[in-house]
Design a binder for this molecule. Structure first.
Ligand code: CA
Length: 226
């Protein structure tokens, strides 16, 4: 059974989460400090971390940043504020989902399930196309034999496009591939991820345009332009 680490300094909130998650068959560990969570995750990695933003020692954001130096574990933020900035910052620094208090513990448990389902490794660990090689295990993509230095969102975007050449993905579908909720505003960030992805591809092949824009529709990977 998946093991969920809950990092939350309010016992009452942690209790409702533990109750809801255990009801779904998850095992749980509860910690109330960011630093303790980092140590815990290094020693005995959980399958997913529910991370409060307002913690007594270091913030949830800072905890997540430090976590990302050594772990790709899915993170769901809990926030007391419903700020768009918080949400965007949270997702940018590598969270997989974002929930605002007060929340329904059952909904959180359902989202945890959904994230873990998405994280299940794909059947084919390595997909090779003519010019791109995807190494899903190492979260690495090579283009014309050169390893690309990608953020995890860029990796997932490119992986999604490469796996179905010529298919036009809408921004919403790409958001889905990133494993984030389709919140208003965040959809536009797909454009900025694509922009930085293209810049990295251009460093390898200045003339190529493997990612095509389809006005009003979205993006596709076009092998003939790679
Ligand atoms: Ca708190």
């Amino acid at each position: 059974m998946p093991h969920i680490l809950i990092v939350e300094d309010e016992a009452a909130i942690a209790d409702t989460l533990i109750f809801a998650l255990q009801g779904e068959g998850f095992t749980t560990t509860w910690l109330s400090l960011g630093r303790a969570a980092l140590e815990y995750q290094q020693a005995s990695p959980a399958d997913l971390i529910i991370l409060d933003i307002g913690l007594p020692d270091i913030s949830g954001f800072e905890t997540c940043k430090q976590l990302r130096r050594f772990s790709e574990v899915p993170v769901m933020f809990l926030s007391a504020r419903d700020g768009e900035i918080d949400r965007v910052v949270g997702l940018e620094i590598g969270a997989d989902d974002y929930v605002v208090k007060p929340f329904s513990p059952r909904e959180v448990a359902a989202r945890v399930k959904a994230i873990l389902k998405r994280m299940t490794p794909r059947a084919a660990p390595e997909v090779a196309t003519a010019l791109f090689v995807i190494d899903a295990e190492r979260v690495q993509i090579s283009y014309r034999a050169q390893p690309l230095s990608l953020t995890r969102h860029e990796f997932r975007l490119l992986q999604c496009l490469l796996e179905q050449p010529e298919r036009v993905f809408s921004r919403e579908q790409l958001l889905d591939a990133l494993g984030v909720m389709a919140d208003v505003g965040y959809e536009r960030n797909i454009d900025s991820h694509i922009k930085s992805l293209r810049a990295k591809l251009r460093l390898v092949a200045a003339e190529a345009e493997p990612i095509q824009t389809h006005r009003g529709l979205g993006y596709s990977y076009s092998p003939s332009h790679a």
